[in-house]
Each structure stands twice: as C-alpha cells, then as structure tokens.
Write a protein that binds this ligand. Structure first.
Ligand SMILES: NC(=O)c1ccc[n+]([C@@H]2O[C@H](COP(=O)([O-])OP(=O)(O)OC[C@H]3O[C@@H](n4cnc5c(N)ncnc54)[C@H](O)[C@@H]3O)[C@@H](O)[C@H]2O)c1
Length: 390
C-alpha cells in the first residue's frame, strides 16, 4: 500500500511538472501575441501542418484532416487549439501512442445512428469520418447520430458542428477530455473541460455557432495569472479542498478548474451538469474511457480512448423557413441597444467571424513571431519546408 502511494505521488509530481511545462510553452507563445506578428497565408499553414503530420508517419488523408482542423481553429481565433497543438499530435504519432494508419470502422448502425471504432487514429481523422457519416444519415433519415470510441484529441468541437451547418443542417459535437474539473461540492478533479458545439445555419450564411468548454476557463489561463503573480477572478478554480479560491497556485497544486458558472452559489452545478451530459453522450454512450479513467492531460503512458459524439439534423424535416427564423432570432439580439455603446450585442459565432474577416483583410493568419519560429524549428527537424510569411 505504502509503495503504491509513493509511486502514485511520484507519478503525480511527474505529471504536474509536465503539465506546467506544456502550459508554460503555450502561454509564452500566447503572451508574445503582444509582440510582432507574422502573417502566414492559410494555404502555406495548411501545407506545413500536412507535411509535418505525414513526416511523423500519418497517411495523407489524415494529415489533410489535421491541416484543415488546426488552420481553421487559428482562422477562427482559437489559437490555443491551432498550430499551437501541432507538436502534441506530432509526438503522439512519433511515439506511436496514436495509430498512424488505417480507417475508423463502423461497428454497428441503423438508418439514423452509428457506432464507430476510431481505432486510436488522430482525432480529426475520426471526427471528420464520423461527422461525414452523420451528415449522410441526416440527409437520408432527417437525423444522423454517431458516437465514437477509441478516439484522440480532436481540437475545436465547432469544426465538426460547422461541417453540418455548412450543408444547411444543424450540427452538434462533443468530446470528453482528461480530468481537470472539480464537480460541485467535490475536492477531486474527475471531469474534463468537455466542450460542446452547436451550429445552426441562418439565411445570411452566418450560422449561430456556439462552441465552448464546460469549464469557466482553460487551465492555461490560471497558469498565466500565476506567472504574473496575480489573483484569479472568482469562479475559475478550486483549491485541493474543493473550495473556490483566487490563488492560482492552489488551483494548480492539487486543486482544479471549476465548472462553467463557478461555485455552487453562482450556478456552477449547471456547468457540472453539462460536463456530465457530454460524458453521457461520449464516454458512456460510446463505451470509451470516461471521467477520471481517462489518462491525465499531457501523459502518453496509455492510449487516450476518448469518446465523441456527432449529430446532424435536417431542419427540413420540421417546419419550413428555419433559416429565416434563425436569421430573425439572431438579428433581434444583434439589434439590441448595448449596455456599453462601444460593445455591440453579439451572438455566438460573431467573435470568430470578426477574426476571420481580419485574417481575410490581411491575406493570412497573424501569428506571433516566436510561434512561427518555434513551428519552423520543429518542421526543420522533420525535414519539412518552413512556413513563409507574406
Ligand atoms: N478538444 C478539447 O479537448 C477541447 C476542450 C476545451 C475546449 N476546446 C475548444 O476550445 C475552444 C475555446 O473554448 P472556450 O470555452 O474558451 O470558448 P470562448 O469562451 O472563447 O467562446 C465560447 C462561445 O461564446 C461565444 N461568444 C464569445 N463572446 C461572446 C459574446 N460577447 N456574445 C455572444 N457570444 C459570445 C463564442 O462565439 C463561442 O461560441 C472551443 O473551440 C472549444 O471547442 C476543446
């Protein structure tokens, strides 16, 4: 028993150190966003990702899926889930903890549902396969619902929901993730930041795209406050006793993130409930790993076995005029008088669209100079041609 405890403590210390390293690298990159940026054309960024992923051993198709996903995340302004994560996927392939070849396999299906074995392939390869299947079923049966097991980190959940809304369908996607969130009234982190995405098409082509983690913030934001020696806002994290804290080091040393909403008093049990819902739709429904059984973030001692969920619904199976009503609903909110005249009322998807417009006007994605440098150095080791700025 005591040997087990000692070993476990050593493993925890190792994992904590690794996590801090990963988060630091991530935030030193993000902090430098304030410094000079380099504009990389999207095609160049995609070619770079594709070449790195194939050089690490994956097939062309899977590399294409990865390139589309990561560059879309950056284009939409979610830099934490774009090129910033490329190295993690490359390492997963190089160490072969993620499978490099093969195709996801449909294990069971009905007219509207399918259960897929992701065969431990890259998350975007599994996700793209599953959402394509859900879309096909929705076009035939009105609804397509696909659950996947044996998957890996699949990036921004919104990417898959958008695949459906780009074809006039309502799209939803969710994934479970490594445990980092402390349930309401608990002391231990047993749930991931389990994101959920929902996209619905509107007349103007500007879909409603809600794409969010079910925790208040990502762990990296806590680490950043710690590095700045600043308190964290109320509602972000808990100490090792499960008590809400403003001290970032208590969150990082044995505590955890609070679910969306924060403490019980401010409604955090709703975020907790949403994270559980994601687990039901993913880990539980698909028979994948779930909750604290999922490997710790940043570790690769065993496969991830994530569960994921992909849903497409054809609005034409319901009342005609869906896209018009969607447009009205969104415009009603956008046209409201803002409480701060400098900040117009938005709907989900608008902030990302502003970022995309900015990229379009620049002719590419503005990356901090040191991210591009870091990426190109990694590419060089893989024998991949560097990205070139405009
Ligand atoms: N794969 C994983 O393990 C994983 C885990 C967690 C998060 N993620 C991804 O990380 C990304 C970021 O997640 P997040 O929770 O930090 O997102 P966020 O807080 O930046 O945005 C959440 C949602 O709120 C909307 N929004 C933002 N400001 C708004 C405003 N003023 N009015 C109306 N709507 C507004 C956005 O359009 C978005 O849909 C997402 O793409 C998510 O899928 C992935």
């Amino acid at each position: 028993m005591s040997i087990f405890v000692l070993t476990q403590n050593a493993v925890n210390r190792y994992q904590a150190k690794r996590l801090v390293k990963i988060v630091r690298a991530c935030y030193s990159n993000m902090e430098s966003a304030k410094s000079e940026t380099l504009c990389i054309p999207m095609q160049s960024a995609k070619a770079f990702v594709k070449n790195c992923i194939t050089a690490a051993g994956a097939s062309n198709n899977h590399a294409n899926d990865m390139a589309e996903l990561l560059v879309t995340a950056d284009y939409r302004g979610h830099f934490s889930h774009g090129l910033n994560r490329l190295e993690m996927y490359v390492n997963d392939l190089k160490t072969q903890i993620t499978s490099t070849e093969g195709d996801p396999k449909v294990e069971k299906e009905t007219a509207a549902t399918a259960m897929v074995d992701g065969r431990n392939l890259l998350g975007p390869a599994v996700g793209t396969f599953c959402m394509d299947l859900a879309i096909k079923k929705a076009k035939e049966a009105g609804v397509g619902w696909v659950a996947a097991r044996q998957s890996n980190h699949y990036g921004i959940a919104g990417y898959y929901a958008l695949m459906a809304s780009n074809q006039g369908l309502i799209g939803m996607s969710m994934t479970n993730t490594s445990p980092f969130v402390v349930p309401t009234r608990a002391k231990t982190a047993t749930l991931g930041t389990n994101p959920v995405a929902f996209a619905a098409p509107a007349k103007s082509g500007k879909s409603f795209v809600l794409d969010m983690a079910t925790s208040t913030v990502a762990v990296g934001k806590i680490e950043l406050q710690q590095r700045k020696n600043e308190a964290i806002p109320t509602g972000w994290g808990a100490d090792p006793n499960g008590v809400e804290t403003n001290d970032p080091s208590k969150v990082l040393q044995g505590g955890g993130l609070l679910p969306l909403g924060g403490s019980e008093q401010s409604g955090g049990y709703k975020g907790y409930g949403l994270a559980m819902m994601v687990e039901v739709m993913c880990g539980i429904l698909a028979g994948a790993g779930f909750g604290p059984n999922i490997r710790k973030w940043g570790t690769t001692e065993r496969i991830a076995d994530l569960g994921q969920c992909f849903i497409a619904v054809d609005p034409n199976a319901f009342c005609p005029g869906f896209e018009n009503r969607m447009q009205d609903l969104m415009d009603l909110q956008r046209d409201l008088n803002p409480s701060d005249p400098k900040k117009p009322v938005l709907v989900a998807g608008d902030p990302e669209r502003s970022h995309m417009t900015k990229c379009d006007s620049l002719g590419g994605i503005p990356y901090p100079q040191n991210i591009v440098k870091h990426m190109n150095e990694m590419g060089e080791k893989l024998g991949v041609e560097s990205m070139k700025a405009i």
